[in-house]
Design a protein around this ligand. Structure first.
Ligand code: 164
Ligand code: MG
Length: 369
């Protein structure tokens, strides 16, 4: 297979609710959508999960477009694609920029699954027919509002609730949430808002039977998390710190975490995500699929990946209607009683909604290969 054309579109989709974490608030979802066309006429889509500002990792919409245009797309020229795993070899000379790389690789997996005439989940080695999902909820203006919002999603049937914490929005909020919902599987994500100096606060969270505390310490740390994990009963889940299989190996060897959140974009693509999944499975470390407030294409890739066996815990892949009035795929992702049916048709299993894509496109550029 050879690639003929890559279309990069910059989309801006209004979100139904703003999303507030320890580092800021997102109101609109702005991102790059990639469409790759092959010589034989197969079309694959990939979503780049970088945000507009570098507060989660260093990548942004603009850095990704620069990497795609000036480095990654040119590498595709003259390449014969045998398997999407090839992409990580071609891109190995380029340091990091994982979200930009993953966007291309995701489209190649879509193309490959269509060519195999198989659902993407099957091609990746996943056998689940449905996946359990949870929801990630942003920081609310008051504790009362936080309890109300959590209650709404418990009623909708989500299998696990994740709330965001930050200094001065932690122990008291979790205590009140636990009082209101004593039995609900719940976890807290700090997005690197603490240091080891906050040990006392983090230890108090042990009282509330949380499934895990996600990324309490620095975004690039593995060592301090290992020190912290030894002081906590609650498992630590690493998100920002894990950019590769090597990072996962080091974190597990140092006992820095009991769980890993796998995000396809953060680790540079589905191939690396599967390697981390398999390694964690061999070490008895459960994983779950994180979210980046994706639109439909990224969401479809997450669903396919979550069909793998060691995605034991519900991920952050909520239904399309939680985020957007209208998604860019047909049908939209539907969550019923906390589960999503894994599509059984060839490719990602959802059709791009061309009208919606057009509607939300701010600008685009076509690259002939
Ligand atoms: O609903 C989703 O897609 C999950 C959203 C979510 O929790 C996150 C998205 C992006 C950055 C972070 O704030 C956070 C996370 O760290 O997992
Ligand atoms: Mg996180």
């Amino acid at each position: 297979m050879k690639i003929n054309q890559v279309i990069v579109r910059y989309l801006k989709m209004p979100m139904k609710h703003s999303f507030t974490t320890s580092f800021g608030t997102i109101q609109d979802k702005s991102f790059l959508l990639l469409e790759i066309l092959t010589e034989e006429g197969i079309v694959g889509f990939g979503e780049c999960v970088a945000f507009e500002a570098p507060w989660y990792t260093e990548e942004t919409v603009k850095t990704c477009w620069h990497m795609l245009e000036d480095f990654l797309i040119p590498i595709l020229s003259q390449k014969e694609i045998h398997h999407p795993n090839d992409a990580s070899k071609w891109f190995s000379g380029i340091r990091r920029n994982n979200m930009a790389k993953a966007a291309i690789e995701g489209a190649l997996w879509d193309i490959y699954a269509q060519k195999m005439n198989q659902p993407l989940a099957k091609v990746l080695g996943g056998n689940k027919e449905e996946i359990d999902v949870g929801i990630s909820l942003g920081i609310q203006p008051t504790i009362e509002k936080q309890i109300e919002v959590v209650g709404k999603y418990i009623e909708e049937g989500y299998k696990r609730i994740k709330v965001k914490i930050k200094p001065d929005w932690d122990v008291e909020v979790i205590r009140k949430l636990r009082e209101a919902f004593p039995k609900v599987p719940m976890m807290a994500d700090a997005n690197s808002a603490y240091t080891l100096k906050d040990l006392n606060i983090l230890k108090q969270l042990d009282e509330f039977d949380l499934m895990m505390i996600e990324q309490p310490l620095a975004y690039d740390d593995i060592v301090d998390h290992s020190i912290l994990q030894k002081q906590l009963k609650t498992p630590i889940c690493l998100d920002e710190s894990i950019l590769s299989l090597e990072d996962a190996r080091k974190a597990i060897e140092l006992e820095s975490c009991g769980v890993i959140n796998i995000k396809i974009g953060r680790v540079g693509g589905i191939s690396e995500a599967i390697k981390i999944h398999d390694y964690c499975e061999s070490k008895g470390i459960p994983v779950w699929c994180g979210g980046m407030l994706e639109a439909g294409i990224g969401r479809a890739h997450n669903i396919a990946l979550t069909a793998l066996s060691n995605f034991e815990m519900p991920g952050d892949t909520a239904g399309s209607n939680h985020y957007f009035e209208e998604d860019i795929i047909h049908p939209e992702v539907v969550v019923t009683n906390g589960t999503i049916q894994v599509p059984q048709t060839a490719g990602i299993g959802y059709e791009p909604n061309r009208k919606a894509i057009e509607k939300y496109t701010v600008s685009s550029k076509t690259y002939l290969i």
